[in-house]
Structures are given as C-alpha cells and as structure tokens.
Design a protein around this ligand. Structure first.
Ligand code: ADP
Ligand code: MG
Length: 244
C-alpha cells in the first residue's frame, strides 16, 4: 500500500479552558486533543454543559484557550493577533451556529454577503458561489426578505449560505439543526452535507442528534471537558491511509 502523508486541516493539542468563578473554577475543556484530516466529517456528541461549544469556539478562533495550541491547515491560530486571525478566519473558516444569528435589519441576501464585504472580495469571486448556494439551498424566492419574514428552516439555510459564501476549507457547526423540527432538521442537514461534499470541505460538527452523528466519518464524545474517540472509521469510510 502506498505510503502517503496525512494532511491535517485541524489540529488541537492539549486545549484547556477554565472559567473562574468567585468560589470555584469550572474546567470546561480539559486537555482536549483532536486531529482532523482534510475532507473529513467529524461529529462531537455529549451531554449539555460538557464543553462542546467551548471547544468548538476555541478551535474556530472565536474564543481563547488558557493553554494549548490550535493549528488550521498547519497555521497556528493560537499565536495570531486579532487582525491576522480575523483575516485568516474570513478566508479559511465558516461557522454555523445553533441560532442562526442573522442581522435582523439586513435582508437574506445582505446577510449572506456579509463575509464578502469583510474580506474585501471582488464581485466575481463570490458570484458563482452565491448562485450555487442560493440554488442548492432553495433561497431564490427569499433573498430580499428580512429574517423576521422567514421560517426557522429558511433562516438556518441563509446562515449556511453565509458561512459558505467565501468557500472556506474548514467548516464548524454547533448543533446547526438543534432549533428545527425533525423534517426541517433533516432537510437542512442533507443540504449542508451535499454542499460540503461537492466542495470537499472539512467539517467539525457538534450535535446531540445521534442520527446526524452516524453520518460522520468519526464520532468523538465530550464528557465533562474530556474529549474521547467514540467511534473510529467504519467499513471503508476512512479516506486516507495511515503512514505509521
Ligand atoms: P455544551 O456546549 O456541551 O453544552 P458549553 O461549552 O456551553 O457546553 O459549557 C461547558 C461548561 O462551561 C458549562 O459548565 C458552562 O456552564 C460553562 N461555561 C460556558 N461558558 C461560560 C462562561 N462564559 N462563563 C462561565 N462558565 C461558562
Ligand atoms: Mg453548546
């Protein structure tokens, strides 16, 4: 079997996050390690309050750890200053929240294009991405509506388009369908996974929906701040060959 280097998209090493309370210290993330290969879909499951969101935010550079390192595409984001990190995040990473977090005063289209404004992208470079996303997510009739005029499922599809408009290589999703009913959740998730597949993006998703986690290449469990592999690659799911 040919040996080939594993290319990692995300590497988290010994990540610790503590919240100091007047009387105690909460260790939300306790020496978490993970390595995610390019193109992989990894799910993190675990009970509420176990540290999943905290860990995801740290991996995406949205929150600072007390200790540990995060590398995205071999660049150490934990060393970057705010400006450099902001630029890097805009180019490489997309984040989908449980609540869509759309700007209420902006139309669907304005919300979707927000990351392109921040990244100073030229028109041409996102037009194709926009066309593809709007079509795939079924948003063409809704582009000029405000979030308050859209259903929960539609808002979340706008949020997905916003996270993907710059075509980031690394996608994070924190219970992206947690606020939707089963039918909408399944629909939104299958659209997200379909787009991810065509674009070859790496996905790290927090979910407490086992039916969703089952679709991932690997599943990790967060338990009281400790991250453990729950299910490794099964039945030929693994995309790359170990070199060691
Ligand atoms: P999960 O996403 O798995 O539900 P979180 O990462 O949101 O868990 O929270 C992990 C732990 O850290 C919880 O005990 C939570 O109360 C605590 N926590 C999260 N954010 C803060 C904060 N800003 N201040 C204090 N404690 C926090
Ligand atoms: Mg959470």
């Amino acid at each position: 079997m040919a040996r080939r280097e594993i290319e990692y998209m995300l590497q988290a090493e010994s990540v610790i996050k503590q919240y100091r309370q007047p009387e105690s210290v909460i260790t939300a993330v306790n020496r978490a390690n993970i390595k995610i290969e390019k193109g992989e879909f990894v799910a993190i499951i675990g009970s509420s309050g176990s540290g999943k969101s905290t860990f995801l935010h740290i991996c995406a550079g949205l929150d600072k750890a007390n200790a540990g390192r995060i590398l995205i595409d071999n660049e150490e984001i934990t060393k970057m200053g705010p400006d450099e990190l902001g630029r890097f995040r805009g180019e490489k990473m997309g984040f989908i929240y449980q609540r869509h977090n759309l700007v209420p005063q902006f139309t669907a289209l304005e919300n979707i294009l927000l990351p392109t404004v921040m990244c100073n992208k030229a028109d041409a470079s996102y037009q194709e991405s926009l066309r593809e996303l709007v079509e795939c997510l079924g948003l063409s009739e809704r582009l000029h509506h405000l979030p308050s005029e859209l259903s929960g499922g539609q808002c979340q599809r706008v949020a997905i388009a916003r996270a993907l408009i710059n075509n980031p290589q690394m996608l994070f999703a924190d219970e992206p369908t947690g606020n939707l009913d089963r039918k909408n959740a399944d629909e939104v998730l299958s659209l997200l996974l379909k787009i991810r597949e065509t674009r070859g993006q790496t996905l790290l998703m927090v979910t407490h929906d086992l039916a969703i986690a089952e679709q991932a290449d690997r599943i990790f469990r967060m338990d009281n701040g400790i991250l453990k592999l729950e299910r490794d690659y099964i039945g030929g799911n693994k995309k790359t060959v170990d070199t060691f």
